[in-house]
Design a binder for this molecule. Structure first.
Ligand code: GCU
Length: 442
């Protein structure tokens, strides 16, 4: 590994999600009273200043907002060339008969040795018809989400971490099951959902030079030696991987492709939000502790800031996003508009009390400020004005909770996500009161 890649890898270890490691770095604001005054850009005003008054107007405005996010934040992704190319690795009973485990290898370019990823799908063995599915990336490999010995171990670059069995940037058998606490596999299956997951490093290694080994290098414009300032960043590449996975799920008759939920934690929660925004086939989007560049409002400068994220993780966003380092107010969008891009589809934002780096209140506020867009559709978003107390889920079409504890994915979070999905997929009677809330009109 080149020396600067090594430094980046070290930085990534230090800043990678995990409550013990992601402390609250010093030198940033964690005091609500010191949040600067700011004005949010209005989702419901066109770039030319005219107001959005109807759902038909919003469809046009939505295209503008999406393009602003592409040009200023996540970058423009090309259309993948070539059709869906899939190799079945295995399909068999697993988890003591609870699940069918299927593993497929999917190419991201038309070159067989170009970037590709392994999709692991567990589906309830007892299912008699197509089931809804949760799709999300994992940080260290499919084999880390469960001790199941049948899960294939990936060969991609991985950030060194002994506790996850990664040695010399390669995953090993020792990592099997090391991240199972974050993945409520049995709970999800027992609730009648399939779980589909991918190691995000298969799609693009998470370091500054990772793009050279990802789809991003295959789609450089002729004559360019690196992505242009408004080209996609790593989050854009990861989002494209999830869309490709959904292409595949649409061909799998055991999955209901109209009920696929995209989920992600932390940087992968930023990714799930961008995926749900840019690919409207996803029925529900879930962002767990996604923070800066995810659900948190950038203009608040609470915890992680735009400058900090662009400095430590220069590859996540497009280069133009650097313009807004210490200059958030000049950005034509803020993250409430990203949430609004989901409308009228349901979206869930979750925070954690101790995860102040991710600005829990800022995450809540982006949901709240997306409410007027949901109201256009006569839907209630979060439907409350203030961040609720700990462990008190709120919201109708925009779900929100702040959980006790740190930057993590806990069974508590999964319970809320499954309840929310059940409610929106009509799998249980609607919770009392939820339909009686009044949409927040502007
Ligand atoms: C760092 C980074 C966050 C990110 C997190 C993670 O803490 O600053 O923006 O969400 O890593 O992905 O674990």
């Amino acid at each position: 590994m080149r020396f600067h890649s090594f430094l980046i890898a070290i930085a990534c270890v230090l800043f990678l999600g995990g409550s013990s490691v992601v402390a609250q770095p010093k030198g940033f604001n964690y005091d609500e009273s010191k949040v600067p005054k700011f004005e949010l850009p209005d989702s419901l005003i066109f770039d030319d200043g005219s107001p959005v008054k109807s759902v038909a107007d919003w469809k046009k405005r939505r295209a503008e907002v999406l393009q602003l996010f592409r040009d200023h934040v996540y970058g423009n992704a090309p259309k993948l060339r070539g059709g869906l190319k899939v190799k079945l690795l295995s399909e068999e009973e697993a988890l003591d008969g609870l699940a069918i485990r299927k593993q497929v290898r999917i190419q991201l370019t038309d070159k067989p040795y170009g970037p590709r990823f392994d999709l692991l799908i567990y589906r309830p063995a007892a299912a008699k018809k197509a089931v809804p599915a949760i799709l999300g990336y994992n940080f260290y490999g499919n084999h880390t989400i469960h001790p199941d010995p049948g899960i294939v171990i990936h060969q991609s670059w991985s950030r060194n971490d002994k506790s996850k069995g990664v040695v010399n940037n390669r995953a090993t058998e020792a990592g099997r099951g090391s991240r199972q606490s974050r993945w409520a596999v049995e709970m999800i299956l027992k609730r009648g959902y399939a779980l589909a997951t991918i190691y995000y490093g298969d799609v693009e290694p998470d370091h500054k030079d990772g793009w050279e080994d990802s789809t991003r290098s295959y789609y450089l414009a002729p004559g360019r030696s690196k992505p242009a300032p408004t080209d996609w960043g790593a989050i854009g590449a990861w989002a494209t991987g999830l869309s490709r996975a959904l292409d595949y799920l649409g061909t799998d008759r055991s999955i209901n492709e109209k009920q696929v939920v995209v989920f992600g934690h932390s940087r992968l929660g930023k990714t799930s939000l961008w995926t749900g925004a840019s690919d409207e086939r996803f029925a529900i989007t879930i962002s767990n502790n996604s923070g800066c560049g995810g659900a948190a409002l950038s203009r608040r400068r609470f915890g992680e800031t735009v400058k900090r994220i662009n400095t430590v993780f220069p590859h996540w966003f497009n280069d133009r996003f650097n313009r807004y380092n210490e200059n958030e107010n000049d950005c034509p969008v803020d993250q409430h508009m990203l949430v609004a891009l989901m409308a009228p589809r349901p979206v869930y934002i979750a925070s954690a009390e101790e995860d102040r780096w991710a600005d829990p209140n800022g995450e809540f506020l982006s949901g709240k400020h997306a409410d007027p867009v949901y109201a256009l559709f006569d839907k209630v978003g979060v439907g409350v004005d203030k961040q609720p107390g700990l462990d008190q889920p709120v919201g109708d079409t925009i779900g929100y909770h702040v959980r006790t504890g740190g930057h993590e994915v806990k069974d508590y979070d999964w319970e809320q996500y499954l309840n929310f999905a059940d409610r929106h997929f009509g799998r249980t009677p609607k919770e009392p009161g939820s339909t009686k809330m009044k949409p927040v009109k502007k």
